[in-house]
Design a protein around this ligand. Structure first.
Ligand code: ADP
Ligand code: MG
Length: 440
């Protein structure tokens, strides 16, 4: 057996260990044979476009990481359908391709958590079944939460299919205001030829920030035609917006009711845990120097509104560390981010020990037990509530709370998270927390 075949076998074994049995079988069962190696590229045979696209979109990072563990050689795997496709290599890397897609916006680089799980799964399914499963897909949510990324992931997924299959999906990503301008130009010139060439006969149309269409009545008429034409031909449309379709102002009802005929998903704000995971991923992707979890927690705790802000903060820390040639540790992060963190009017001055007394009294336990390690329920619940209160009402960092409870920040985070979840469903906990907050 040649060494490249062996390398793939080993990689495959790792995947089998890391993935669930079903996932592994579905995707990698028939991906066994290495065809050849050329210029550092190891060509692995895959049975279908579908499998190929799936591997490229969902597992390429994982495979790359395994490969880095297994060999020092500079090689990478490329998944191909047959010998013939080997010559059809991907064009040189450029982040924006001809469809206006940013190639970094893939499913694989999208971190999934409670806030976006349904949106992610739906978008992936749409990418796997374009035009036939749900149409249109309507994604809404606040700024910087990942709408554009997710929408373009669908485009990039199908673009990957295009690279190797006979059939070519015509894909277009457009911002609604660009559509508006295109239409305005065409109608002013009384010539729709260019406009039609761009927008007709598409297989996938991604329209970003549809709320912008409210500015042009004529273009809404035109878009209505395009929309109907595409859905009648079972061609996929994906729309994003900052609002639910029913709340779009200034867009004709004929259109908004069409949007509601498909399937709507929304992306919410990521919670602390997810913010941390996103930062962890971005830190791995972008910087050479490893950044401590402590720093990432600090950023995740202080930048809560959206992912763009998180990226901005992380970026600032890495740039700052490069400029000053210092390690990106917590001290540096605090310095770098000082001007961005607007001093929340948190009750830092209040003594958190008051809260501990109130909670112990309410649950009829001693403060020592509250801060202790017993895992009995009668201690664990008030302990988690105390963590939650110190974090949210005293503005203490996870690290600081960790010192108070003599636990690491993950345990503190999990405790806080548990209470956050229970506040939504458990009336008793909610009443207890409200009453504690009143007393402190
Ligand atoms: P929106 O279109 O909702 O305003 P974007 O899609 O432009 O937001 O996202 C802003 C930035 O945050 C982008 O760089 C994007 O890659 C990143 N981002 C958003 N959500 C995620 C996520 N879940 N995982 C990884 N990166 C994300
Ligand atoms: Mg956007």
């Amino acid at each position: 057996m040649n060494k490249y075949q062996e390398l793939w076998n080993e990689t495959r074994d790792y995947l089998a260990k890391n993935l669930t049995e079903n996932t592994f079988t579905e995707t990698f069962e028939d991906v066994k044979v290495v065809l050849k190696e050329e210029n550092g590229i190891i060509y692995v045979l895959v049975p279908s476009n579908y499998i190929q696209s799936k591997i490229n979109n969902l597992y390429s990072r994982q495979i790359k990481e395994i490969l880095e563990k297994l060999t020092k050689e500079k090689v990478k795997f490329k998944f191909v359908l047959s010998d013939e496709t080997i010559s059809k290599v991907k064009p040189a890397f450029s982040p924006i391709n001809e469809h206006n897609l940013n190639q970094n916006y893939t499913f694989e680089s999208y971190v999934v958590g409670d806030s976006n799980k349904l949106s992610y799964l739906t978008a992936l399914k749409v990418a796997e079944n374009p035009g036939t499963w749900i149409n249109p897909l309507y994604i809404f949510g606040g700024v910087g939460l990942g709408k554009t990324h997710l929408m373009q992931a669908i485009g990039n997924y199908l673009e990957e299919v295009n690279l190797t299959s006979e059939k070519e999906f015509r894909i277009l990503y457009v911002q609604a205001n660009e559509y508006l301008e295109d239409y305005a130009k065409a109608s002013m010139a009384h010539d729709l030829t260019k406009f039609e060439a761009k927008y007709n006969n598409l297989d996938l149309l991604l329209v970003d920030d549809i709320q912008m269409l409210s500015k042009g009545a004529g273009s809404q008429q035109e878009f209505f035609k395009l929309f109907n034409n595409m859905t009648e031909r079972n061609k996929q449309i994906v729309i994003t917006s900052d609002k639910a379709a029913s709340e779009l102002n200034g867009i004709m009802e004929r259109l908004t009711s069409r949007f509601q005929m498909g399937f709507t998903v929304d992306i919410k704000q990521p919670d602390l845990n997810q913010r941390f995971n996103i930062l962890k991923r971005k830190a791995l992707e972008s910087s050479e120097e490893q950044i401590d979890d402590e720093v990432l927690y600090y950023i995740a705790e202080n930048f809560v509104n959206n992912v763009r802000e998180l990226e901005g903060a992380l970026n600032r820390v890495t740039k700052y560390s490069m400029l000053l040639n210092r390690k990106p540790n917590l001290d540096l992060a605090k310095e770098a981010l000082e001007i961005l963190i607007n001093a929340h009017p948190k009750d830092n001055n209040k003594n958190y020990e008051d809260a501990l007394s109130v909670i112990s009294a309410m649950y009829n336990i001693s403060t020592t037990d509250l801060l202790g390690t017993s895992r009995q329920n009668k201690y664990v619940i008030p302990r988690h509530i105390a963590m939650y209160i110190l974090k949210n009402h005293y503005g203490l960092t996870l690290k600081r709370i960790g010192q108070i409870f003599d636990k690491d920040h993950t345990s503190i985070m999990n405790g806080c998270k548990r209470i956050e979840t229970e506040l939504k469903t458990d009336k008793q906990i909610k009443m207890a927390v409200d009453s504690i907050v009143k007393k402190i």
